[in-house]
Structures are given as structure tokens and as C-alpha cells.
Design a protein around this ligand. Structure first.
Ligand code: SF4
Length: 196
């Protein structure tokens, strides 16, 4: 029991938050909007502390990659150089920006009645996942654009998590962190702040 409490204090079980997020999407997809917290919290802590506080100890996703990656660590290769010095992080940031743009625009179109909500998951924006998402609870009176936004957001979280997991299995556990859009934005912010 003491060990368990100690592990909670050391943030060893942060990965559970990540698993819980995806599980909640199966309970009802509208819970996917909780993912906005994962996006806003790193930025809030960055601005407040002027360092990457979230990345340094509170990120459930990084914790998940560490747990999964460590199990195959002895077989893993080195992180490719183009991840560290090359354009990969900018490509990933562009994907993130384009995804958010599509999510925003399509949500506006759904809320204006110009298109039907897309109630399916997509991988990398383009590829429709070939199965329907199980929904354990139906919530009534949810506006169609909220459900659309939830599916789109869940898809983005699923895509980046899967990519990160694959990288964790092939390379080092936290390879995703090298190209994570949150880290790239944080680095740009800290660099700009230093110059002021
Ligand atoms: S770089 Fe991204 S995945 Fe890694 S700790 Fe920071 S926010 Fe989490």
C-alpha cells in the first residue's frame, strides 16, 4: 500500500489518465473533449513557470510511452537523426496545425447546418477506421457539432498516441517527445521569451 501511494506521488501511474481518456470515449464519445485539458494544461504551465513543467513530470502520454517502450528497450534502435536535427518536428507541427484547422472548419460547418456530423474515427485525418466506435451510454440532447468535434478530437488524440507508441516500440520510449507539437511550440515560446 505504501509503495502504491509512493508511486502515485512519483507520478508513476500517470499513464492511467491516458488509458482512461480512450476508455471514456467508448463510454461516450463526448468525453473526448476532456482532451482539450491535455492541450491547454502544458501551455498554461509553460506560461506560468516559464519552463516545460508539464513535459518534465506531468504528461500521462510520455508516461505511457515510457512504460510501453521500456518493455522492448533492449531491442530498440537509436532515434533517427532527422527526428532530432531535421524537419520531422516541423512536419508533425504542420500535421497538428492542419488537423486543428480541419477540425475547426468542419465543426463550424456542422454547427451552421452545412454538413452532417462525422460519427467515425479517422487516422491521420484521411483514413477512416473500419469499425464503429462502441458507445456504452447514449447522451441525449447533445448538439451535433459537439459530437462531431468529439469524434474529430478523439481521432487526433488516437493518431498521435498510436504514432508515439509505434515510435516507442521501434526506437527509444520517449522518441515521440522529440517531435511532439507541444514540445516544439514550447521550445519556440521559450526561445522567443529569452530574446525579450
Ligand atoms: S513532449 Fe509531448 S508527449 Fe512528451 S512530455 Fe511533452 S507534452 Fe508529453
Amino acid at each position: 500500500m505504501n509503495n502504491f501511494i509512493k508511486n502515485i506521488k512519483n507520478n508513476k501511474y500517470l499513464f492511467v489518465i491516458n488509458l482512461l481518456y480512450f476508455a471514456l470515449g467508448i463510454v461516450n464519445i463526448n468525453f473526448a473533449l476532456l482532451g482539450f485539458i491535455c492541450m491547454m494544461l502544458p501551455m498554461y504551465l509553460l506560461i506560468k513557470t516559464n519552463k516545460k513543467t508539464y513535459c518534465q513530470g506531468y504528461c500521462p502520454r510520455a508516461n505511457l510511452y515510457t512504460k510501453v517502450g521500456k518493455s522492448t528497450n533492449k531491442y530498440s534502435g537509436k532515434t533517427p537523426k532527422y527526428f532530432i536535427n531535421g524537419n520531422m518536428k516541423w512536419i508533425m507541427l504542420s500535421y497538428f496545425g492542419i488537423s486543428l484547422f480541419f477540425i475547426m472548419m468542419s465543426t463550424i460547418r456542422v454547427s451552421s447546418g452545412l454538413m452532417m456530423p462525422m460519427k467515425s474515427l479517422r487516422f491521420l485525418i484521411l483514413f477512416t477506421v473500419p469499425f464503429e466506435m462502441i458507445q456504452l451510454i447514449e447522451l441525449n440532447n447533445i448538439l451535433p457539432w459537439i459530437t462531431h468535434l468529439s469524434y474529430r478530437f478523439y481521432s487526433m488524440m488516437m493518431t498521435t498516441t498510436v504514432i508515439g507508441l509505434v515510435l516507442a516500440l521501434i526506437y527509444k520510449p520517449k522518441t515521440w517527445c522529440v517531435i511532439c507539437p507541444i514540445a516544439t511550440i514550447s521550445d519556440v515560446y521559450l526561445k522567443a521569451n529569452k530574446k525579450l
